[in-house]
Design a protein around this ligand. Structure first.
Ligand SMILES: Cc1ncc(COP(=O)(O)O)c(C=O)c1O
Length: 389
């Protein structure tokens, strides 16, 4: 059905598809006793020490406009945090605070792609990167990961073949949502060499950098790239510090982009919420024990999820290396959106349909295991009826 607007809107916006994850969540919104595992977030509120820091900032009257790039204390805290994590120095000018990881992706696309350009995106991938490219009137091109018994694999030749003279961005999300795919340092070095040689930006979405189970952090482009390489790293406070509702993230980029990103912030949101940034400072400066405990908790949930799902007759599962999702194929499922809607009633569990993550995700579903063990166990018991029947 065509929608009629009072006056024309841009074709690229009119044709944007809605998020299919949201579509399932809306279909399940009023069902009683549903266990929702569709979104990428934990089931606990932001820890008290972060909330208190933001409350204190409010009480100090930090309710005014602030600098475009973020409050200096937070930019410094981010630079220091990255320095501790990766053992390198990060100049303050390389850091721009953004109104979420999603907003950081959008700013990167506003800066890098326009009509006639294309961005190569490694998929299956959280849909929002693809749509941010479309919003800019550019073409997203999927470079599809290959599923294998020992994990998902990126074929660098396939990726190179998708790049042409109008490719401005290679978008990689590692650790990946929904696959849990994690790029190795060697793969990152090789991709960086390719991007340098071709003059293409790498936009590296590293919002799950800390959601790892056998190491302190995932391999990062910030470890292999020099300060002036064509690399933009997107990060977020949402996942590792349980701050999804705060809408705070940051970009690490070459210092030459600082004025450009400051301007983009100015003309999008001016700057992220002033008092919320005080909470983010606390997250970085006091948050390491919290992040470690979170990963232990999610790690237990992950083992339970993989063991149970792996035993279900209809499930084919590749062990994720990181992040907090199980992304699995279900025998007999051709329409993952219809299947997830059906599951709402047949199992009372809300999952995300694989098709939301690009055509390569069809036949798969995603379960977010960032929740308490008893609740997860209950969800898996319910799923057994459908997936092990
Ligand atoms: C891969 C990836 N990137 C970015 C984001 C955005 O996170 P936020 O906008 O909450 O910072 C998400 C959230 O689910 C994600 O999965």
């Amino acid at each position: 059905m065509r929608t009629h607007h009072p006056a024309p809107i841009r074709a690229a916006i009119a044709s944007l598809p809605g998020s299919k994850i949201r579509e399932v969540s809306l279909a399940g919104a009023n069902l009683p006793d549903l266990i929702p595992l569709w979104f990428g977030e934990g089931d606990e509120p932001t820890p008290a020490f972060i909330r208190e820091a933001a409350k204190a900032a409010l009480d100090r009257g930090e309710t005014f406009y602030a600098p475009n790039a973020g409050v200096p204390a937070l930019r410094q805290a981010i630079a220091a945090y990255l320095g501790r994590l990766y053992g390198r120095d990060f100049a303050l000018e390389r850091i721009t605070v953004t109104g979420s990881g999603m907003n950081a992706i959008m700013l990167a696309m506003q800066m890098l792609v326009g009509e006639g350009d294309n961005a190569v995106i490694v998929e299956p991938m959280w849909p929002n990167a693809r749509e941010s490219v479309r919003i800019m009137g550019a073409e997203p091109r999927a470079c599809v990961l290959e599923p294998g018994n020992d994990g998902w694999r990126l074929d660098p030749d396939r990726l190179a073949a998708l790049c042409d003279a109008r490719t401005r961005v290679i978008f990689v999300n590692s650790p990946g949502n929904p696959t849990g795919w994690m790029m190795s340092t060697e793969e990152q070095r090789a991709l960086l060499a390719f991007a340098r040689a071709r003059g293409i930006w790498i936009v590296a979405d590293e919002v799950y950098a800390r959601i790892v189970y056998d190491r302190p952090h995932a391999p990062s482009f910030l470890e292999v790239a020099g300060p002036d390489d064509p690399v933009i790293v997107v990060n977020s406070f949402s996942k590792a510090w349980s701050m999804t509702g705060w809408r705070l993230g940051w970009i690490t980029a070459p210092a030459s982009l600082a004025p450009v990103l400051g301007n983009l912030n100015e003309f999008n949101i001016s700057h992220p919420t002033t008092f919320a940034q005080a909470g983010a400072v606390a997250a970085l400066e006091q948050g390491e024990p919290y992040v470690a405990a979170l990963c232990r908790r999610y790690g237990e949930a992950r083992e339970l999820t993989l063991a149970r799902l792996g035993s279900f007759r209809r499930v084919r599962l590749t062990r994720p290396e990181a992040a907090f999702y199980a992304f699995f194929a279900v025998d007999g499922v051709r329409d993952s959106l219809a299947f997830c809607k059906e599951l709402l009633r047949s199992a009372g569990v809300g999952l995300a349909p694989g098709i939301a993550f690009g055509p390569a995700g069809e036949g798969y579903v995603r379960l977010c295991h960032a929740c308490s063990l008893p609740r997860l166990e209950q969800a898996l018991d319910r799923l057994a009826g459908v997936l092990d029947g």
